[in-house]
Design a protein around this ligand. Structure first.
Ligand SMILES: NC(=O)c1ccc[n+]([C@@H]2O[C@H](COP(=O)([O-])OP(=O)(O)OC[C@H]3O[C@@H](n4cnc5c(N)ncnc54)[C@H](OP(=O)(O)O)[C@@H]3O)[C@@H](O)[C@H]2O)c1
Length: 160
């Protein structure tokens, strides 16, 4: 894994590119990275306030800059809890939206991180995922604190 910071770098030849920078810094941040064209890209960024000008979502802004298959994932999970995932008795969920060509790679990474992928549909659903930041914030700053979530079919979790 190669990590690039605000000084950018070269992403040529990546299996997948994960974008996790402040939602207001997408254009400037990605302009510092070469080799992005056509790459499978997962956008985990959140943007507070208005949507990016000219786009329904940050993920669609990212796609406009990479031109490759794009997914929105991990933006509803707390980074501070990643090292606690394996201690859960059932895998927590990660909602994601993706272009069809990015779906398998994104699902694999979600599973590799210990989460259960919950596919919402194509990248048009990224706006819905990004809109959850308001709810996430309210829950986090309330009684719950940083949290896991999951959705399951009736009967999938039997222990009480
Ligand atoms: N933290 C979480 O739990 C969490 C969960 C879900 C989604 N997210 C989203 O993921 C993104 C990153 O979150 P984070 O907590 O990791 O934030 P962060 O620590 O502020 O930023 C992470 C990365 O963004 C780069 N960066 C910061 N400001 C930049 C700028 N103005 N231009 C270009 N690059 C910049 C940083 O570069 P340097 O290394 O050079 O400083 C670093 O590589 C945000 O959109 C956040 O909403 C975070």
């Amino acid at each position: 894994m190669t990590t690039l910071g605000r000084d950018g770098g070269d992403a040529t030849g990546s299996d997948v590119v994960l974008v996790a920078i402040p939602g207001d810094a997408i254009a400037d941040g990605l302009a510092m990275v070469s080799g992005l064209r056509g790459q499978i890209t997962i956008d985990a960024s959140n943007k507070f306030g208005e949507r990016p000008t000219g786009f329904d979502s940050v993920a669609e802004q990212v796609k406009s800059l990479t031109g490759g298959p794009t997914a929105k994932a991990f933006n509803t999970n707390f980074a501070a809890l990643y090292d606690k995932v394996d201690a859960e008795t059932v895998p927590p969920g990660t909602m994601f939206a993706s272009d069809p060509e990015a779906r398998d790679t994104t699902e694999q990474l979600i599973r590799d991180a210990g989460f259960d992928p919950i596919h919402l549909g194509d990248l048009g659903q990224a706006a819905l995922l990004e809109g959850l930041i308001a709810l996430t914030r309210v829950l986090e700053t309330g009684d719950l604190g940083p949290f896991f979530y999951r959705f399951n079919r009736p009967g999938e979790i039997s222990a009480r």
